[in-house]
Write a protein of this length. Structure first.
Lengths: 276, 318
C-alpha cells in the first residue's frame, strides 16, 4: 500500500462512517413515507419534496435567508474594523486574537443561555434599568428577531474576524504607504485599497458566517422563543414533535443543497483561487 | 529660490540607537541626487522622513523653503518609488497610474495615465495586472505612477535592487534620461556605489546615520573626505597611512625609481574581462590589488613584484 493511501485511510474511514453514511441515510429517508410513531416506512415517494414548495415553508426559507444575511452583514460591519485594528496592532496582535477566541473556551449552549439571563424581563439589563427608574415596564429584549440576530452575530463573529484578519495581515504595508504617497487620505485608502485587496478574505469570512446562520436552530430556539422560526427549527421540529422524518430529511437536503450551491458559486470566483 | 529640499539637523532615534544622526542637506531643483551607504546606515529612514512616513525625533524637513514636519504623506508634493514597487495588486497598470491623478481630482486622468505608460514604453501593457508584469515592467509602472503627478521631488528607494544585473543597467540609463526629460528632482537611495556614481549629479555618502561627504561623483571618488568614503566607493590599497586606488597602483618586476613603492609576492591573478586584478601580499603583511591592462603580461603566482604609485594618487585622511 502506498504511504499516501495509508496516511489518508483514517480520515477516509472517519468521513465514511460519520459523514457519508449519515448523509446517505438522510437522503434515503427523504424519499420514504412517515411512520405513525416517527421513523419511516415504505413506499418510496417524492411527496416530502413537493410539500417543501408550500408557501408556508418558502416563507420560512426566505426568513432564514434574510436573518442569515442580516447577521452576516452585521458581522462584516463589526468584524472588518476589528480585524483591521488587530492586523495593525503590532506586538499585541496575538493577545487580541486570543481575546477574539476567548468565547470558545465555554460551550456554545452555555453562552446562549447566558444571553437569556441578560435579556429576559427579570434579567440583567431590565433589572438595572428598572432599578435606576429609567423604565417602568421591562423592555421586550428577548423572544424576538432582534434577540436571534444578536445571538447569531455574537456566536459567529469570530468566524468572520479570523479569515478577515488573515487577509489583512497579508496586505503589504508598502502598498498602503504608496496610496498615502499618491495622495489618498486614510478613508480613501480603506475604500480603494484595503477593502478591494482583502475582499477574498472578507468573502471567505462572510461564507463562514452565512452558512451556519442559515442552518442555525439553537439560537433561534432559545432566544427567539417559538415565534422566530428558522429553517433549522423547522427541521428539528420534524424529527421531534411533528415526527415527520421524511419531511425533516427533505428539508435538510434542501438546506444543504442551498449551502452547497452558494459555496460552489463562491469557489468559482477569485476568492477560492486567492484565499481558500 | 529656496532649495527643493532642505534637511536641518534631522535625527531619528529608536530605542537603543540613532538611525539618523544630525543630517543636514540641501537639494537644488532639477538635479539627480543619491544617498549612498551600506545597509543600516540610515538612508532609507532619511528617505521615509522626507516622504512623511516617519517623524524626525529632532530637526526640520523643508520643501521649497516651508517646514513640512507636520504634513502627512498625502499632503506633501513628494512621491516615492518603493523598493518592491508596491503596486496596487487589484488594479491594472493603467488604473495604478490613474490612482494618484484621481485622488487629486484631475479630469483627464485616464488620458494622462495612458501617456505616462507610453512614456515608459508599456503601451501594450495598459490592461495587465501587476501579477502579470515582469520586474522591469512593474518598475516602470511604479515610475509612471509617480512621475505622472509631477512632484517637486521624487524619492527612489533602491528601485533597481530587485532587478537582474543586465536589466538593472538598462533601467539605470532610463532613469537618468527620465529625470532629465521631466526636470523633476530625483533623490535616489542605493547601496550600490557604481549606480550612485554613474547616475548622480551629486551624492551624499552615509555611514552610521551621518553624511560623511556630499559632493559630485568626481569629488567623492577622487577626493574622499574620509577613509570610510574612500573604502566604500571602490577598492583601496593601504600603504601605511596613504590610500591608493587599484587602478592607480602600478606593477613592475624591477625596483622602481621612487620612494613611493612596496614589495610583495603575487597571491592570485584574477581575469575580469576588461582588466586584470593582481592580488599582492606585501612584506608588511597587508594585501593590495593592482589593476593592470589585459594585454600586459601578468605575473605568475608566487612571483615577487613591486607596487608603486604617483604622489598625486595618494589619498590621505586625518
Amino acid at each position: 500500500m502506498k504511504l499516501r493511501t495509508l496516511f489518508l485511510l483514517p480520515a477516509r474511514i472517519w468521513m465514511a462512517i460519520f459523514f457519508a453514511a449519515p448523509l446517505a441515510i438522510v437522503c434515503a429517508y427523504s424519499f420514504l413515507t412517515r411512520g405513525d410513531y416517527g421513523g419511516v416506512e415504505r413506499p418510496w415517494s417524492i411527496e416530502s419534496y413537493t410539500r417543501l414548495i408550500d408557501p408556508l415553508y418558502a416563507g420560512i426559507l426566505w426568513r432564514s435567508l434574510w436573518i442569515a444575511a442580516l447577521a452576516t452583514a452585521l458581522c462584516v460591519l463589526l468584524g472588518f474594523p476589528l480585524a483591521l485594528f488587530i492586523s495593525r496592532a503590532g506586538k499585541r496582535r496575538n493577545l487580541y486574537l486570543q481575546l477574539v477566541l476567548l468565547p470558545f473556551w465555554t460551550s456554545f449552549l452555555v453562552r446562549t443561555y447566558a444571553w437569556l439571563f441578560i435579556l429576559r424581563d427579570t434579567g440583567l439589563i431590565n433589572t438595572a434599568l428598572t432599578g435606576m427608574h429609567l423604565i417602568r415596564k421591562p423592555l421586550p429584549l428577548l423572544y424576538n428577531d432582534g434577540a436571534v440576530l444578536l445571538g447569531l452575530v455574537y456566536n459567529f463573529l469570530p468566524f468572520f474576524v479570523l479569515p478577515m484578519y488573515a487577509a489583512l495581515e497579508r496586505l503589504d504595508p508598502a502598498v498602503l504607504e504608496a496610496a498615502a504617497d499618491l495622495g489618498a487620505r486614510p478613508m480613501a485608502i480603506v475604500w480603494k485599497v484595503i477593502i478591494p485587496v482583502s475582499a477574498p478574505g472578507m468573502a471567505a469570512g462572510a461564507v463562514l458566517v452565512f452558512i451556519p446562520c442559515l442552518g442555525a436552530f439553537l439560537t433561534p430556539d432559545l432566544l427567539g422563543g417559538g415565534k422566530s422560526v428558522m429553517l433549522g427549527n423547522l427541521i428539528q421540529n420534524q424529527f421531534t414533535t411533528a415526527r415527520d422524518w421524511p419531511f425533516g430529511s427533505a428539508a435538510s437536503i434542501a438546506l444543504m443543497l442551498a449551502s452547497a450551491l452558494l459555496l460552489a458559486w463562491v469557489m468559482r470566483t477569485r476568492i477560492a483561487k486567492e484565499f481558500l | 529660490m529656496p532649495p527643493v529640499l532642505e534637511l536641518r539637523g534631522v535625527s531619528k532615534q529608536y530605542p537603543g540607537h540613532h538611525a539618523v544622526d544630525n543630517v543636514s542637506l540641501k537639494l537644488e531643483s532639477g538635479g539627480f541626487y543619491s544617498l549612498l551607504g551600506p545597509s543600516g546606515c540610515g538612508k532609507t529612514t532619511t528617505l521615509r522622513m522626507i516622504g512623511g512616513f516617519e517623524q524626525p525625533s529632532t530637526g526640520e524637513v523643508l520643501l521649497d523653503g516651508s517646514p513640512v514636519n507636520a504634513l502627512k504623506p498625502y499632503q506633501r508634493n513628494v512621491c516615492t518609488v518603493f523598493q518592491n514597487y508596491a503596486l496596487f495588486p487589484h488594479l491594472t497598470a493603467q488604473r495604478n497610474v490613474e490612482f494618484g491623478l484621481r485622488e487629486r481630482g484631475i479630469r483627464d486622468a485616464a488620458e494622462r495615465a495612458r501617456r505616462a505608460l507610453d512614456l515608459v514604453q508599456l503601451t501594450s501593457k495598459h490592461d495587465s495586472m501587476p501579477a502579470q508584469l515582469s520586474g522591469g515592467e512593474k518598475q516602470r509602472v511604479a515610475l509612471a505612477r509617480s512621475l505622472v503627478l509631477e512632484p517637486r521631488l521624487l524619492l527612489l528607494d533602491e528601485p533597481l535592487a530587485a532587478l537582474d544585473p543586465k536589466l538593472r543597467k538598462q533601467m539605470r540609463a532610463e532613469l537618468k534620461s527620465m529625470q532629465r526629460k521631466s526636470g523633476i528632482t530625483f533623490l535616489f537611495v542605493t547601496h550600490d556605489q557604481e549606480e550612485a556614481l554613474s547616475l548622480s549629479d551629486r551624492l551624499a555618502v552615509m555611514n552610521a546615520g551621518r553624511i560623511e561627504q556630499f559632493g559630485t561623483p568626481e569629488d567623492v571618488y577622487l577626493r574622499p573626505a574620509s577613509a570610510f568614503v574612500a573604502g566604500f566607493l571602490g577598492a583601496i590599497n593601504w600603504f601605511g597611512s596613504a590610500g591608493v586606488r587599484p587602478e592607480s597602483t602600478r606593477l613592475s618586476e624591477d625596483a622602481p625609481e621612487t620612494s613611493l613603492r612596496a614589495r610583495g609576492a603575487v597571491e592570485s591573478v584574477l581575469f575580469l574581462g576588461n582588466c586584470v586584478h593582481v592580488n599582492v601580499k606585501l612584506e608588511s603583511g597587508e594585501r593590495a590589488i593592482a589593476e593592470v591592462a589585459r594585454d600586459r603580461r601578468a605575473p605568475a603566482e608566487g612571483e615577487n613584484v613591486w607596487l608603486h604609485w604617483h604622489p598625486a594618487d595618494e589619498l590621505r585622511f586625518e
